[in-house]
Design a protein around this ligand. Structure first.
Ligand code: FMN
Length: 161
């Protein structure tokens, strides 16, 4: 990603895309009408662990925002790493949809999460099913907890770091 770009999207409560900016269209390589009404997983990269999305949905469904590092897949097969802020949109106490902003992550962040996500996918694969998911989710949340302030530092890092 270019350091100045911000990729934005909105979904309904099930994660169906309802709105996105031109930058989303550019990076994803899909036409706007292919994106509208599509599940957000349209840009899911096969190297992303299921446990990361489980954590993301758990947090946003609990009315919290979360910052996650995601490798996305463009229509033409290229990939682009983002640091995404994902948050619920709440009206009268109910979730009416979700909103996200993505920026360019630092090189250091990409290296860190590439390694971690490989480990999580390996756990998910080796143990399989619920066991794999639970072990990977624990590894993910333990790693983030252990990182402490270092996680936030990567979220807010200069893309050139
Ligand atoms: C606001 C919002 C933004 C999302 N952004 C992405 C994204 O950039 N890339 C992605 O792979 N999934 C994103 N997701 C998660 C997808 O909805 C989905 O859970 C994920 O791609 C895993 O797909 P699967 O459950 O079909 O494997 C987002 C969800 C929401 C609600």
């Amino acid at each position: 990603m270019h350091p100045e770009d911000v990729i934005q999207s909105r979904t309904d409560p099930r994660g169906i895309i309802t709105e996105c900016n031109d930058t989303f269209v550019d990076y994803s390589g899909y036409a706007l009408d292919e994106l509208m009404g599509a599940p957000h997983s349209i840009i899911r990269h096969p190297e992303m662990p299921r446990s990361l999305f489980k954590l993301m949905w758990r947090e946003i469904q609990a009315h919290r925002e979360i910052f996650v590092f995601v490798k996305n897949l463009a229509k033409d097969g290229r990939h682009y790493w983002v640091v995404a802020q994902v948050m619920p949109e709440i009206a009268r106490g109910e979730i009416v949809g979700y909103h996200s902003f993505r920026r360019c992550p630092s090189r250091r962040a990409v290296e860190t999460f590439e390694t971690l996500y490989r480990r999580l996918m390996e756990l998910e694969r080796r143990l399989g099913g619920d066991n794999g998911m639970n072990a990977a989710l624990k590894e993910l949340t333990d790693t983030i907890a252990k990182m402490g302030g270092a996680y936030d530092a990567l979220v807010y890092a200069n893309p050139h770091d």
